[in-house]
Design a protein around this ligand. Sequence first.
Ligand SMILES: [Zn+2]
Length: 406
Amino acid sequence: MLKSIKLSDFIKIPSSPFILGALISRIMTFKENDKNYFYAYTSFRASKFVHYSQFDLVKYSKELIKKLNFYSHYDNWTEHKVEKTSVELRFYILDDVGMSKKAFYKFIYQRIVSSAWILNQSEKDMYECMRGFMELRGSVDTSLKLIAQDYFYDDSNELKKAQILTQLLNIPISYANFNARDLQPQFVNGTNKRNTQFRIKLYFYANKIGFLNDYKAKIFETAYNEHSKDIIDGITYFKVTLPNENNDVTFLKYINFFTNNIYQRQLTPQAITQLRNELKFNSDSTSSNGRNKAIIDLYDKISEDKCAICGTTQTYFSQSKGKQYFEIHHVIPYYNDNQLDNIANLVKLCPNCHRMLKKGSGTKEEQILAITKILHEHSEVYEFASSYLGIDNINELAKKIQTMLG
Ligand SMILES: [Zn+2]
């Protein structure tokens, strides 16, 4: 039998931020001798920047396992494939309760969302989670100053969770971005059909989050000729300058990701320039409050002027907005929780339908019906709400949300 922890035990005891990050990043399944396992993994290859003759990966993998165990709080990491030029280590969980992969995802996500360190916004723990999320599968780009990991278009849950997680962990929009496949020039001209990548600015990562894997730290050090560093509890932090937070390119990609992949709309370059100015994304004074307002304004701009409940596109002309008047509604009501200022938690409503959703305004039945309709027709809202509340079934989810209306 593989070295593993039983899922029934894993559920009972608290998990470290690091292993939660590793699992939410990607959950794999494996079957051996009629037993089902979930696993998280790390895999990496020798880089031309640090030749394998100068860094013994076989020897180092033993040390790395100790470190991974330490940060995971389980003595569970094991060698899957360890060679001179490539390493894969795995963390197995034996599924002794017969849980689906999707349900296990939801469980991990719930555990993150409801953890004390997210609620208290503990930076140390959030960065630990991000390290598990990003570094195990991510590779150090040796020319673009990015740490990047692949996502797969047939698993949009993973991609959306990456987006949700970034907001949850307070990673500035301009430090993290998607390089969606259909935006890459190589994809458009057919030379390279890469997967979508989720990427974080490498200098932010190297400075704030730090490298657990000494080999990746060495690649960073060599490729970018940065030698000033601190090693604390086995994590290498580089004393490098943080990148500028305001970055036009990442802002463009953020908007593109939502407009193309979720709202299926195309914006002209002129429209994007106008948006950027209107939302003051170029200003240096973007506070965390400002950012939330910006997300709501952004949603107002990029989503179609159409009520998500009754479907009307005509309300009345708003002089101040210069267009038809609509209101932005938080599907899971906003209770001073920044996590809910997520673009995937917003819909546009006409004033009548919005009023109907106020507590005590519409009947319970019509409110549930309206919420069910929203969840059916907006998959990104369903995905966000079901992950946030840990409820898969649409009808149950709508009933739960109705009880939360304010
Ligand atoms: Zn309406």
